[in-house]
Design a protein around this ligand. Structure first.
Ligand SMILES: Nc1nc2c(ncn2[C@@H]2O[C@H](COP(=O)(O)OP(=O)(O)O)[C@@H](O)[C@H]2O)c(=O)[nH]1
Ligand SMILES: Nc1ncnc2c1ncn2[C@@H]1O[C@H](COP(=O)(O)OP(=O)(O)O)[C@@H](O)[C@H]1O
Length: 389
């Protein structure tokens, strides 16, 4: 889709029929924007769930309504919304009367991520991405054969910098090991449940590894980034390839063992797998190491021979040392007025307070350096209050 013209808040006047052909009255709180031949109506609940803000699409050519699959965690329904069409298939949605860190949202309707998901799911898809002030550092993808020391290195990093890094807890269909906790090391799940969730578009990536299904849910990454931490993903090479193809802009690190013999010794010494499973993991290791070194996915290859040395190299390539400042997302900021109008001027959105007895303050929302987006957050938002003279 090319650049869409700005289309300001508008309420559909003649009512609309939902995806099941039932005519519904438009509610005052609903907001619609038009992109090409389609109107996107934002408001109410999604498919009857009071926790999810509704999104419906009206196609002018066919005169049909559809209820799209909505990916990502969107804003909770509230008193009203302002919406404005942005270039490149995104709609800016501003919640009225909400907390300052929960007011700016993006509904993606035709971004590369949406096009890919539409192809995958074979139906109409939209995705929410929360607007966040400031920039977070890139997520870190760590891959390597089983037993090479990925988990050990990640634990060391999280222990030394607890406020800096957060682990993306994957879903898996494999059985838990005796020390593993559900929701901490993995979300242990059932194959049929996970397959259904994959079909519903809940996963950023997934792969079959050593005979089990593993996957990173969109939510598991959001939970970490929302807490202002840098997200670490421990995933296999197939998963890394999918993430590389996604819109998640990450750093890719592959960890190699000093030798196959040492890898085998570590796997055995760990004592968590049966002999059959160890053999399977060792067979897969050779192909993984080959793919890791030659696929062009990984910008960094680390050799985990001496653990302390490898850990030091990991910290170096992440640009952290013992004096590293604690990073985090700056969310403190300006409250948006409850009642307002929005106007688009190039990359700037002017938010003008309305209503009697107010100071009619003006806020400028600068979108010129936004980055990221679904399946993560939209970052780099700058908000400025215009001082009245
Ligand atoms: N694609 C993908 N791979 C994962 C995910 N979570 C874990 N893995 C990979 O699955 C493989 C097996 O993990 P696990 O059963 O915990 O065994 P370990 O690597 O020997 O500790 C490892 O290569 C992990 O990196 C995920 O969410 N997606
Ligand atoms: N550099 C190293 N030298 C010796 N043992 C190591 C080293 N790194 C990790 N280990 C050990 O190897 C085993 C496998 O490490 P782990 O972190 O579980 O690997 P992965 O997560 O890659 O499967 C663990 O028992 C761990 O303590």
């Amino acid at each position: 889709m090319g650049e869409a013209p700005a289309f300001f808040v508008d309420h559909l006047e003649n009512g609309y029929t939902n995806g099941f052909g039932v005519k519904s009255e438009p509610k005052n709180r609903d907001t619609s924007v038009q992109i090409g031949d389609r109107s996107f109506v934002i408001g109410g609940n999604h498919e009857g769930n009071p926790l999810f803000l509704g999104v419906q699409i009206h196609d002018k050519i066919t005169n049909k309504w559809s209820s799209p699959t909505v990916l990502g965690t969107g804003p909770k329904p509230c008193k009203g919304y302002s919406a404005i069409v942005l270039p490149k298939g995104r709609i800016l949605v501003i919640k009225k009367g909400s907390a300052s860190d929960d007011s700016i949202w993006f509904l993606e309707v035709d971004t590369p991520f949406i096009r890919e998901q539409k192809k995958l799911l074979g139906r109409e898809v939209v995705a929410w991405s929360k607007g966040v002030r400031g920039n977070a550092e890139k997520p870190i993808v760590i891959s390597g054969p089983s037993g090479v020391g990925k988990g050990t290195l990640i634990s060391m990093l999280m222990k030394e910098f607890p406020s800096m890094f957060g682990f993306s807890v994957s879903h898996t269909t494999r059985a838990p090991r005796c020390m593993e906790k559900n929701g901490v090391h993995y979300h242990f799940t059932d194959k049929t449940v996970m397959e259904k969730e994959i079909k519903d578009g809940k996963f950023l990536e997934f792969a079959s590894v050593h005979g089990n299904l593993y996957g990173t849910s969109i939510e598991s990454v959001e939970v970490v980034t929302d807490s202002g931490k840098r997200c670490i993903l421990d995933i296999d090479v197939q998963g890394a390839r999918s993430v590389k193809a996604s819109s998640l802009d990450a750093i890719f690190i592959f960890v190699c063992p000093p030798s196959m013999k040492e890898l085998e010794d570590r796997l055995r010494a760990r004592g968590t797998e049966t002999e059959e499973q160890i053999q399977k993991r060792l067979r897969n290791a050779e192909a993984e190491i080959k793919a890791g070194k030659s696929s062009g996915i990984f910008e960094h290859i680390l050799y985990n021979d001496n653990l302390e040395e490898c850990y030091k190299n990991l910290k170096n390539l992440l640009g952290i040392n013992d004096l590293a400042p604690v990073n985090g997302v700056e969310v403190e900021g300006i409250d948006l007025p409850k009642e307002h109008t929005v106007t688009k001027m190039d990359d700037k959105i002017l938010i003008q307070e309305t209503g009697e007895g107010t100071k009619n303050k003006m806020i400028v929302l600068d979108l010129s350096s936004i980055n990221g987006g679904a399946p993560g957050r939209t970052r780099g938002i700058v908000l400025d209050a215009v001082k009245s003279s």
